[in-house]
Write a protein that binds this ligand. Structure first.
Ligand code: FAD
Length: 334
């Protein structure tokens, strides 16, 4: 009953509670106070936030628990050197940008990072599709899940999009948002109460009792990945087409990558996030436009959809005003 009351009393929205308990915070403080010596490269800007949770959504977080390598490790591998392999800062930056531009990816795989993530199950389902990471998840066969459910902030409760079947449109009116939140809270409270009853009153195994919990219940995992595949994850899940809830995690992780490998992140932001891909037909259209030709969809050789996407990429879309990909963190919601 206490759990039900807790779920029903809590407001919805961003960061409504500290995602950690006092004991968990104390553990983090203790490990942060324990200095370690190493000959390996470390990155002061990342050490500043090492182990510290960055709050995501209302009760989730992402925190860096370990990492290997830095910008220097990328150039060290690219030059296959005996020492650090770094030269002048400007030359190293230039090499990293060259590697990113030409999709010479393996030097980026020399850096690894390990995160501890607390996330709703429906976000975890999207996330787990990224197969190039190592994952270990909290076991709901072994342990009892906490009564923690994601409750979106009202501004993230939106209508089904009319133009994109896989997206959301305008924000719900306040009264509708309020009703949706009431339903979400009631479902979470009822399913958690039944979860407890099945285990406590009927001795049902945890691995079975969990099956009635709603998809917004929080789970946790350790997730380790190399920089190349992490940037691939960020390019897909930080994109405006990704669902807001996973994008919120990508945004927090992007902040950690910016601290960790600033040159690699800058190159990624410039060439991948801020760049665009042109097909053969798209490139031909651009060439014809530069030559002063009046190119239309009908004479472009492109389908209406391809044409619309090209217009958006080139910032020529009068209707939507869509332009080229903005820099990281400036993507519109959607
Ligand atoms: C906006 C969006 C919408 C989506 N919608 C859907 C959907 O409706 N339904 C759905 O099922 N999924 C959907 N996905 C998931 C998507 O199809 C990918 O499964 C997911 O993004 C992981 O991408 P990935 O395979 O490139 O990543 P990773 O698994 O990290 O793989 C990275 C790269 O490694 C290579 N690789 C890894 N494993 C293999 C393998 N076994 N064989 C060959 N190459 C491999 C590939 O080159 C791959 O690109 C969606 C993703 C996004 C971003």
């Amino acid at each position: 009953m206490q759990a039900i009351q807790k779920i029903q009393d809590e407001p919805a929205g961003e960061h409504v509670t500290d995602p950690l308990t006092a004991d968990q915070r104390a553990e983090i403080e203790e490990i942060r106070a324990t200095g370690r010596e190493t000959l390996r490269p470390t990155v002061p800007a990342l050490e500043e936030i090492l182990y510290q949770p960055l709050t995501v959504l209302d009760r989730g977080f992402v925190r860096v628990v370990d990492y290997m390598g830095d910008d220097g490790a990328i150039v060290q591998a690219a030059r296959v050197s005996y020492g650090r392999g770094t030269k002048k800062v400007r030359e190293d930056r230039g090499l990293i940008r060259y590697l990113m531009r030409h999709r010479h990816t393996t030097p980026f795989e020399m850096c690894e990072i390990k995160y501890h993530v607390k996330l709703p199950v429906f976000v975890a389902r999207q996330w787990i599709r990224h197969r190039t990471a190592n994952v270990n998840e909290y076991s709901a066969r072994y342990s009892i899940l906490e009564d923690e459910f994601y409750m979106p902030a009202p501004e993230h409760l939106a209508r089904q999009s009319k133009s994109n079947r896989q997206g959301r449109g305008d924000v719900l009116a306040l009264a509708d948002a309020q009703r949706v939140l009431d339903l979400l809270r009631a479902d979470a409270a009822r399913s958690y109460a039944n979860y407890q009853e099945m285990m406590q009153a009927h001795d049902l195994a945890r691995e079975l009792a969990r099956m009635n919990l709603t998809l917004n219940v929080f789970t946790q995992w350790y997730w380790k990945i190399d920089l190349h595949n992490l940037l691939h994850f960020l390019s897909l899940r930080g994109d405006a087409h990704a669902q807001y809830e996973i994008r919120a995690y990508a945004d927090a992780m992007a902040e950690t990558v910016k601290r960790w490998v600033p040159n690699a992140f800058e190159a990624f932001d410039d060439y991948v996030v801020g760049g665009g891909h042109l097909s053969r037909a798209g490139l031909a259209v651009v060439r014809r436009m530069i030559a002063g030709e009046d190119v239309t969809q009908e004479n472009s050789g492109m389908s209406p959809r391809e044409w619309r996407e090209l217009q958006a990429l080139l910032d020529l879309d009068q209707e939507t005003g869509a332009g080229p990909a903005p820099a990281w963190g400036q993507q519109p919601a959607g």
